[in-house]
Design a protein around this ligand. Structure first.
Ligand code: HEM
Length: 523
């Protein structure tokens, strides 16, 4: 090809004036012929550079990948970009099943996927080699200066978590559960009122998300946010969820998902900063804590408190926002699958009801307490099992900060993404016999393989960044499902997509879980 171009260009320069081509008689100014020579040189140089870069890209990929399973060649420049735009469980399963460690590349980011329990746990528990890495859009939405716990590592991270742990003590959870109960009842009553007006089946995708958001906002901020502020955050938060896809248009240009998410974050921040300010005022005036922010301010006043005390309104708002960010999608996923699983397994729902009638002594209006949660082992076993079968978070991206000798024969290069997956650990047939079936009983026997292998239960991660909200999240799911079980009946209207999974940062039933609701007669 190159030689053809060279020949062709020299021929046209020597075309005799007597040819039949009329254009041949037009004299070509010398400056034009020299430009054409130059462009040919440019063409060769550029082509050679592009070819060299493409060869380099493939060589680097193959050098990093070594013997790991994965395509031998990566698609130039974009790699597996198309797959990551529309992730499917089937696609992930194929990748995980290809090996305990496997390699892919997306936009020249070299990625090692870990599917086994051993390798997944090794990534989560090797803070000297790997640290959490949020998708690019998440950083833009959370703000680069957000000192949120996920971005911290080492000693600073440990100290910071120590402060935040005080927000999830039993005393604090005791304050939150009363709020959770009243918000949940209000929402479930609204669901029933809507169902009475229009009994056709409805997806609980948004109603469950709103319930979670409203609960979280009131638990975190109490009444320091007015109702219209809470509604505004709740409505705009969906823009944030949509911007959290693995791959997104990276520039925050008006109209893009990331731009909309940043606007939603700004609106949320206005109210959260105000709430932090009001919490400080309330505690200073001698009020007792009524929400997480109050509890935090009060805790800092305690003589036994050793940590930092000078948290600004903005810093406190950042913490609350990062809690919303970490919890909203995962809790909604857990809750929606909880409703779906119970509707599809009436025998399990019947046992939960029986336990709840007993715990409440037949009084379905009795608000849930921590003691009542402790007296509901079957309920809590169901919550644990439901998230094992459909883990809200199936994987979390980490990145290597230095060469990471993850196995005897493979070292992940610095700057790579390493992604531990939880699904295989949670569906390991040796630990969870009949792994795809929903069997809450497996958590009731202390000697069961499920209980004696806690290392496999990776729903909340593992290691220094393990979820800080485990008790709050599981308690909330238990409370909502238990209260729903005594307040209403629900029927799952099956569609061809009910058992298919949609991945929007976390897992959801593809049809959004269509339920027909009706009030349940009192016992
Ligand atoms: C069903 C609900 C939830 C699930 C499945 C879940 C799952 C997870 C997972 C998998 C991680 C990463 C762990 C790791 O890297 O090892 C995580 C981290 C985190 N979660 Fe949750 N989470 C849930 C609810 C919550 C709630 C309700 C809150 C706060 C109130 C919360 C706050 C956090 C925070 C702050 C982190 C980062 C911790 C750190 O980096 O030190 N999560 N969560």
């Amino acid at each position: 090809m190159a030689s053809y171009i060279r020949q062709h260009s020299s021929e046209s320069a020597s075309v005799p004036s007597s040819t039949s081509d009329p254009l041949a008689n037009i004299p070509i100014p010398s400056f034009l012929t020299s430009v054409s020579d130059k462009s040919i040189t440019w063409f060769y140089t550029t082509a050679a550079l592009v070819v060299a870069l493409l060869v380099l890209e493939q060589s680097v990929y193959r050098y990093k990948k070594k013997h790991l399973p994965g395509s031998t060649w990566t698609i130039p420049i974009i790699g597996k970009f198309a797959d990551s735009m529309k992730p499917t469980m089937e696609g992930y399963m194929a990748q995980w099943n290809s090996g305990a460690l496997s390699a892919i590349s997306v936009f020249n980011i070299f990625i090692v996927m870990a599917s086994s329990n051993e390798y997944s746990r090794r990534i989560l528990n090797s803070p000297n080699h790997a640290e959490p890495c949020l998708v690019y859009s998440a950083k833009q939405i959370l703000m680069p200066d957000n000192w949120c716990v996920v971005f911290l590592t080492g000693k600073v991270h440990v100290e910071y978590r120590r402060v935040l742990n005080t927000l999830f003590t039993r005393k604090a959870l005791g304050i939150y559960i009363a709020i959770q109960d009243s918000i949940t009842r209000k929402h479930l009553n609204d669901w029933l009122t809507d169902a009475a007006k229009n009994p056709s089946p409805k997806s609980i995708m948004m109603t469950a998300r709103n319930l979670n958001m409203h609960t979280s906002l009131r638990v975190f901020c109490g009444n320091h946010i007015p109702e219209h502020g809470a509604v505004e955050i709740s409505e705009k938060y969906w823009d944030i969820t949509q911007a959290l896809e693995l791959v997104n248009f990276p520039f925050a240009i008006p109209g893009t998902k990331v731009y909309k998410a940043i606007q939603a974050r700004k609106a949320a921040f206005y109210w959260l900063e105000l709430a932090a300010h009001k919490a400080k005022e309330a505690i200073a005036s001698g009020a007792e804590p009524e929400c997480m922010l109050d509890e935090w301010v009060k805790e800092m006043e305690s003589p036994s408190y050793k940590g930092r005390k000078d948290f600004s309104d903005r810093e406190m708002a950042m913490v609350v926002f990062s809690f919303l960010f970490a919890s909203q999608d995962a809790m909604s996923s857990g809750l929606i699958y909880g409703f779906q699983h119970l509707a599809d397994h009436p025998e399990i729902l019947a046992k939960i009801r029986e336990e709840q009638y007993r715990v409440r002594a037949g009084d379905v209006d009795k608000p849930m307490t921590l003691e009542m949660i402790a007296e509901s082992p079957y309920l809590m076993a169901f919550v644990k099992e439901s998230m094992r079968v459909k883990p809200p978070v199936t994987m979390v991206p980490y990145k290597t900060t230095k060469p990471f000798p993850i196995s005897a024969d493979y070292t992940v290069p610095t700057g790579s993404m390493v992604i531990p997956s939880f699904y295989n650990s949670l569906h390991d047939a040796e630990v969870f016999p009949d792994p795809d079936s929903l069997i809450p009983e497996r958590w009731l026997d202390p000697e069961s393989s499920a209980n004696t292998n806690p290392r496999n239960y990776l729903v909340f991660g593992s290691g220094p960044h393990k979820c800080i909200g485990i008790e709050y999240a599981t308690m909330n799911m238990g409370l909502v499902l238990a209260t729903a079980s005594v307040m209403m009946d629900w029927e799952h209207v099956l569609t061809p997509e009910s058992d298919k999974v949609q991945i929007i940062a976390t897992l959801f039933p593809k049809d959004g879980c269509l339920l027909k609701l009706s009030p349940r007669p009192r016992p």
